[in-house]
Design a binder for this molecule. Structure first.
Ligand SMILES: C[C@@]1(CC(=O)O)c2cc3[nH]c(cc4nc(cc5[nH]c(cc(n2)[C@H]1CCC(=O)O)[C@@](C)(CC(=O)O)[C@@H]5CCC(=O)O)C(CC(=O)O)=C4CCC(=O)O)c(CCC(=O)O)c3CC(=O)O
Ligand SMILES: NC(=O)C1=CN([C@@H]2O[C@H](COP(=O)(O)OP(=O)(O)OC[C@H]3O[C@@H](n4cnc5c(N)ncnc54)[C@H](O)[C@@H]3O)[C@@H](O)[C@H]2O)C=CC1
Length: 404
């Protein structure tokens, strides 16, 4: 067992941390933002440090904890962090490993070497631009003529990012604050929605969602502008690092395990009575459970399906005696509060607006001839789940109607 410190910020960093943990190492992950911490925690098993560290702080922390090795899995563009980390490790005689990102290239893309060059290129064109290069480098694009009208920035949903967007003059509908990974379909929907003619991306490698962006842009008829690497990357691949530390390489987090529980007579609480709650109540009703719904206003269909209703806002005491709870309000703070409450009381809980806070996911359900199918993508692609469920429902429907 080794004591390892991973500087992360990338999907690969998270995957590597999971693999090394499962191989029995004592792993600490250092991430720059609180948001990164929340994500990292969802995999648990390792300790997380948050905050940007300068060169001295790095050395202090490394010295205090006596790590056997440091793995640098920061983004290839975090050049300063990499330099600091390397020199701190050198000074202390700790092994330093750079994780190399997997890279793919796009044939028909426009490759430029810097944001300034991308701006130069865009100046000669017109049409909306989807920027997917992150909030930190946004200011490098702000000199583009008509910036706040032409550009839509997709950034992480954290305060720092949104402030960076506003600081550059982007407002409201031009700030797309979302957490990836993004499927091809998701990218396509965004490109179409904003009528984008250009998509700007870093050459972020396969795990950075590069391929999904390129394929979506092609379908939307948008030109991809790739900001090439500033320097040739050297280091170790994921596979090599896993080999070095005796771990099994995982290309994606492990999938969720399907479990089938008898719900007959069980008490279930649904908080909220909007479209999502209604859909889930309808599904649950088929399994014989006893459903309590709490919401300030209830639609007639929900009223008819529920076994008990409270027409008011959620109160902490509502969770008492519940088998599980679905937090399905449209208020993040309320859903988060319900999650904390349930976790304190040992009640399983699902938050419809935040997969990181779910103890379990709600599946898409299809039934046929005494069989129940529960479909889940482990949170990766809701749309794919819905499509797969609809496919089964359609096929079984045809069988039932004797069409086949
Ligand atoms: C992780 C999970 C946790 C959980 O809630 O249990 C979750 C999370 C989230 N869904 C979001 C969005 C959408 N989800 C759907 C559809 C379904 N989502 C369902 C399950 C799950 N959704 C769980 C695991 C699923 C998996 O493994 O992938 C299904 C299967 C069951 C059901 O909901 O009944 C159902 C298909 C039902 C069927 O066809 O039968 C649609 C499409 C639509 O509604 O038509 C959209 C609109 C956007 C789009 O099209 O992508 C958002 C963003 C919310 C926001 O933007 O505010 C989050 C939050 C987040 O990701 O953090
Ligand atoms: N997991 C999934 O499949 C999806 C999840 N979502 C997310 O799920 C959430 C719910 O979506 P919708 O049903 O479409 O929203 P909605 O706006 O139709 O319904 C919200 C419901 O919550 C209730 N509510 C608000 N505050 C409450 C409180 N304090 N106590 C009790 N009830 C309260 C409202 O009265 C309303 O009935 C949203 O946050 C949305 O982002 C959206 C799409 C799909």
């Amino acid at each position: 067992m080794k004591k390892l410190l991973i500087f992360s910020g990338t999907t690969e960093g998270r995957l590597l941390a999971g693999s090394l943990c499962r191989a029995g190492h004592h792993v600490t992950v250092s991430v720059a933002t609180e948001y990164g911490k929340e994500l990292a925690f969802s995999e648990a098993g390792y300790r997380v440090w948050t905050g940007r560290l300068d060169r001295e702080e790095m050395e202090e922390k490394l010295k205090a904890e006596r790590f056997d090795a440091v793995i640098d899995a920061t983004h290839p563009y975090a050049v300063q962090v990499t330099e600091n980390l390397k020199s701190a490790c050198e000074a202390l005689g700790i092994s330093y490993y750079r994780l190399k990102r997997m890279e793919t290239s796009a044939k028909e893309a426009v490759y430029v070497s810097s944001p300034a060059e991308a701006v130069q290129y865009l100046e000669q064109t017109s049409g909306k631009v989807l920027l997917t290069t992150g909030a930190k480098e946004l200011s490098a694009y702000a000199s583009l003529s008509g910036f706040s009208d032409r550009v839509y920035a997709r950034v992480l949903p954290c305060v720092e990012s949104i402030e960076a967007c506003q600081g550059c003059g982007l407002m409201g509908g031009h700030i797309l604050a979302m957490q990836g990974p993004f499927s091809e379909e998701m990218n396509l929907a965004v490109l179409r929605q904003i009528n984008a003619e250009f998509l700007v991306t870093k050459s972020s490698g396969t795990a950075g969602g590069f391929d999904e962006k390129v394929r979506a842009a092609k379908r939307a008829g948008a030109v991809v502008i790739v900001i090439g690497r500033t320097q040739q990357e050297t280091g170790f691949s994921m596979e090599e690092l896993c080999g070095l530390f005796g771990a099994c390489q995982e290309l994606a987090p492990p999938a969720y395990f399907p479990m089938f529980f008898p719900l007959q007579g069980k008490r279930i609480l649904v908080v909220g009575a909007g479209a999502i709650a209604a859909r889930r109540i309808q599904t649950l009703k088929r399994f014989g459970c006893y459903i309590t719904v709490v919401a300030p206003r209830l639609s007639d269909p929900v009223r008819a399906m529920a076994d008990r209703i409270y027409e008011r806002e959620f109160a902490d005491s509502d969770c008492g005696g519940m088998y599980f709870v679905l937090a399905a309000t449209n208020d993040r703070a309320v859903n988060h509060h319900i999650v904390s409450l349930c976790r304190n009381r040992g009640i399983l809980v699902n938050a419809a607006d935040c997969k990181e806070e779910c103890d379990f996911y709600f599946p898409a359900v299809a039934e046929h001839d005494g069989l129940v199918f529960g479909i889940c993508s482990s949170g990766a692609d809701h749309r794919k789940v819905k499509q797969a469920a609809n496919f089964l429902r359609r096929e079984f429907g045809r069988k039932q109607e004797g069409l086949e």
